[in-house]
Ligand binder design. Structure first.
Ligand code: NDP
Length: 285
């Protein structure tokens, strides 16, 4: 079975599982292990790396920058995010340049508005276009924007160029399936699922111990975490960006892309963790 790919509207194509970096770069003693984990992931095809100026206040970007030394930069699709209070005008240019410095690169593949703040979406789109013209970013997108925000964005001049919406999505939090996900699928806009492991179950008590998830893990000779990832990427146009700070976890996550859940498996998961039948506010962490 071929592994699933995600195709952006400009035809950039990526494997459906990437690597998150939240909580990396917070502790210098953990750094060598974090660098090793990222490098192992790249080797195994987890070539999208998601970071942000927020994570460890630039520390996570520095870890990624170190991991990419030795010729790995061109093998990855590098994503970073701008704080909402930096997401316009000169502040955005400076924030992007600081991210590039920490990442030891001269261009980001994707730059995201981390969440919506006081600047208008139009101001953010304008500066994203400037950053593209300056060659500092290859494309831009957003994060934590709900359906109504996405409608507003798509009505703004240039707003339709948004490459992705990065949102919380895991088996225990399926709100986006009501309206946001179908709309993104209709636009052929990939969705990037953050917290795909519900932060190792911390965001949803009992998720990894659920008997259905455990049964499927047993049936597929997989771990429960792998079943959660396989479920996330079973949705059209959805990629997952689990964070793993150990090579063992990275290896598991990479192997999850080969697990194919059957219609019966998916029905059992739906039964235990139903899809939404009404609008709920976008879940965030
Ligand atoms: P995840 O759902 O990815 O969970 C991460 C946790 O799962 C860590 O404790 C990790 O442990 C553990 N883990 C990883 N792989 C396995 C495995 N195979 N088996 C068991 N446990 C495992 O949560 P995150 O919050 O990190 O979300 C993923 C990424 O999404 C972030 O790192 C960040 O890049 C992005 N994000 C974006 C947000 C936004 O607002 N745009 C908000 C939150 C996250 P260990 O580290 O020890 O390997």
């Amino acid at each position: 079975m071929a592994e699933k790919n995600i195709v952006f509207t400009d035809n950039a194509t990526l494997p459906a599982i990437g690597q998150g970096t939240w909580y990396m770069g917070e502790n210098s003693r953990a750094r060598p292990k974090e660098v090793d984990a990222i490098r192992a992931g790249i080797d195994l095809g987890l070539t999208l790396i998601d970071t942000a100026e927020m994570y460890a206040e630039g520390g996570a970007e520095e870890v990624v920058g170190e991991a990419l030394q030795g010729g790995l930069r061109d093998k990855v699709f590098l994503v970073s995010k701008v704080y909402p209070w930096n997401a316009a005008g000169k502040k955005a240019i400076a924030a992007c340049e600081a991210s590039l410095r920490r990442l030891k690169t001269d261009v980001l593949d994707l730059y995201l508005l981390h969440w919506r703040g006081n600047y208008s979406l139009a101001e953010t789109v304008e500066v994203m276009e400037t950053l593209m013209q300056q060659g500092k970013i290859r494309r831009w997108g957003v994060s934590n924007l709900d359906y109504s925000d996405m409608q507003e964005l798509s009505r703004i001049s240039g707003g339709k160029a948004c490459a992705t919406d990065q949102v919380l999505y895991h088996l225990g939090s399926r709100g986006i399936e009501f309206d946001l996900l179908p709309w993104c699928q209709q636009q052929a806009m990939p969705v990037m699922a953050y917290c795909p492991l519900a932060q190792a179950g911390r965001l949803r008590e009992g998720l990894l111990e659920s008997s259905v998830v455990k049964d499927l893990a047993h049936a597929h000779r997989a771990s429960t975490a792998q079943i959660l990832l396989a479920w996330v990427i079973s949705h059209k146009g959805v990629m997952a960006i689990p964070k793993a700070a150990s090579v063992a976890h990275v290896e598991e996550n990479a192997a999850a892309s080969k697990i194919v859940l059957s219609a019966d498996d998916l029905a059992r998961l739906d039964n235990a963790f139903p899809a939404p039948n009404r609008k709920t506010p976008l879940d965030v962490v």
